[in-house]
Design a binder for this molecule. Structure first.
Ligand code: SF4
Ligand code: FES
Length: 347
């Protein structure tokens, strides 16, 4: 069947959603998506970031849809015409959804490990306001320790439920979910029980914000100071593809993640052994630099194209040693449990 999005016509299979059709076209017409994840069954329909305007329902029934629809859960019809980026209504709605998502989200990008690869940061950059209209107190949660590998910051969670779907679809049995509703909704404290599973680390990769981050990488480096390389190993864990991205600082592997595509979705899931236990260069066959889509902040560190040699005479001392570099860009040595005056803080 034929569908037109922002003037681009494309043939799609029956059952294709508007978001999938837009991704086939690519570029600006692709709506942002915070909860849809093509590798997870049942994802989508939660965040409303992907709203589009259907200006013609189908050839059989050309009536426009009166309300904006979530493109990730709305199927294409033959002859359907859709406006995404080209619709002022859609732009306004995306701004409103972004504002809504930021109501309770803390502005801790400067200390958040997700900064630089955060979907909410990207969404805010394009659709956010510089100021907030929210004068009420933000929703906060007591910190919860869920083990030595994954850091949970419930205050940053946008309840997209992707991590719940990882637990449901990749681990043996689901032990966590969304507890309570409305303003009190939160990822259940039972998340700690799911962490033992060999595939639990994938929750980190699917989380669009910094609510679930890698404790073994915590505060080690900003992501744009790392150089990502594709690498693989013969992994014996059943279900693990063994194909990863290793994030290097000099010759040191600081983090291992699954390989992500241009929509920040993993190509294939990896096991915890690959993610946490294989941090030596000798553990991996390094294939070459990982390329990212052009707008990524990680491309600030892009080394896959030929660069002019930069000579920084005035800063010569700064580049003398790796350890000096590390001290300047790492926050690992900072004690976040203490305020500047030395008193303890509740995280
Ligand atoms: S913790 Fe992350 S992945 Fe899980 S629901 Fe919250 S935002 Fe989504
Ligand atoms: S991506 Fe469609 S509702 Fe979240």
């Amino acid at each position: 069947m034929k569908v037109t999005i922002d003037g681009h016509e494309i043939e799609v299979e029956a059952g294709t959603t508007i978001l999938q059709a837009a991704r086939m076209i690519g570029g600006d017409v692709v709506p942002p998506a915070m909860c849809y994840y093509s590798k997870l069954k049942g994802s989508g329909g939660k965040c409303r970031c992907c709203l589009v305007e259907v200006t013609k329902g189908s050839d059989a029934n050309p009536t426009p849809m009166p309300k904006l629809v979530a493109s990730c859960v709305t199927g294409c019809m033959d002859g359907m015409e859709v406006k995404s980026k080209s619709s002022d209504r859609v732009t306004e709605a995306r701004k409103a959804v972004t504002e809504f998502l930021l109501i309770n989200h803390p502005l801790d990008c400067p200390v958040c490990d997700q900064a630089g690869e955060c979907d909410l940061q990207n969404l805010s950059f394009e659709h956010g306001h510089a100021n907030t209209r929210f004068i009420e107190e933000k929703r906060t949660f007591e910190p919860e320790n869920i083990g030595d590998k994954i850091q949970l910051h419930m205050n940053r969670c946008i309840l997209c439920q992707r991590c719940v779907q990882v637990a449901e679809q990749l681990t043996d049995y689901r032990v966590h979910g969304v507890l309570n509703r409305g303003d009190h909704a939160q990822i259940s404290t039972m998340v700690s029980a799911a962490i033992e599973n060999e595939f639990s680390g994938n929750m980190i990769d699917v989380c669009p914000v910094g609510a679930l981050t890698d404790k073994t990488f915590r505060f080690k480096s900003r992501v744009w100071f790392n150089k990502p390389f594709n690498a693989h190993r013969e992994c014996t864990t059943p279900g693990c593809c063994g194909k990863v991205t290793v994030w290097m600082f000099g010759n040191e592997i600081q983090r291992v993640t699954a390989r992500k595509d241009e929509y920040h979705e993993v190509e294939d899931f990896i096991c915890n052994t690959c993610r946490y236990d294989k941090k030596e260069v000798s553990d991996w066959t390094i294939e070459g630099p990982r390329k990212f889509e052009k707008d990524s902040v990680i491309n600030v560190n892009n080394y896959s194209r030929k660069l002019e040699k930069v000579i920084i005479n005035t800063e010569r001392g700064i580049l003398m040693g790796r350890d000096e570099d590390r001290k300047k860009i790492s926050m690992a040595a900072i004690d976040y449990n203490k305020k500047i005056d030395g008193t303890e803080v509740k995280q």
